[in-house]
Ligand binder design. Structure first.
Ligand code: ZN
Length: 148
């Protein structure tokens, strides 16, 4: 990866860490809530999602942990908000591949999440990067179970 791209990606991660988007839970009745932790780093992640008519209307997150896990939750919420659940599930899988070093066919779809491709060089941080994505994946499957 070129150095200028590396520093751009680092800037995306630090900006989302310092100024997280969609942070703070509503605890609304219509939201599906999931808590996950990452014992290897000590990250704690809460994610809630509002799904209506198969579309992700809203996402919030809260928790504490390292800059990778916390910034990734902000980026995840911005990336997936407004998507159909079916599209979001595909993007989530693409993100899991991305942090292993496998770029998706359509990089645009991942938005700022593309910044986490450098994580592949730090295998211990992969669980940090994917924590919030695992949480929303679980929340979306709970929603689907409830809706039959
Ligand atoms: Zn972490």
């Amino acid at each position: 990866m070129p150095m200028d791209l590396k520093s751009l990606y680092r800037a995306v991660i630090m900006d989302n860490y310092k100024n997280p988007k969609n942070k703070g839970l509503t605890k609304g009745d219509k939201y599906e809530f999931v808590h996950l932790n990452n014992p290897s780093c000590g990250d704690e992640m809460n994610v809630e999602v509002l799904v209506e008519d198969g579309v992700i209307k809203d996402i919030h997150h809260d928790g504490h942990g390292c800059s990778i896990s916390m910034s990734s939750a902000s980026v995840m919420s911005e990336t997936l908000k407004g998507m159909k659940v079916s599209d979001a599930k595909r993007i989530i899988l693409e993100f899991y591949e991305l942090v292993l070093g496998n770029l998706p066919e359509n990089e645009e779809e991942l938005g700022e999440a593309i910044a986490y491709q450098g994580v592949k060089d730090f295998p211990a941080r992969i669980k940090c990067a994917t924590l919030s994505w695992k949480a929303i994946e679980k929340a979306l499957s709970e929603v689907e179970k409830k809706n039959g």
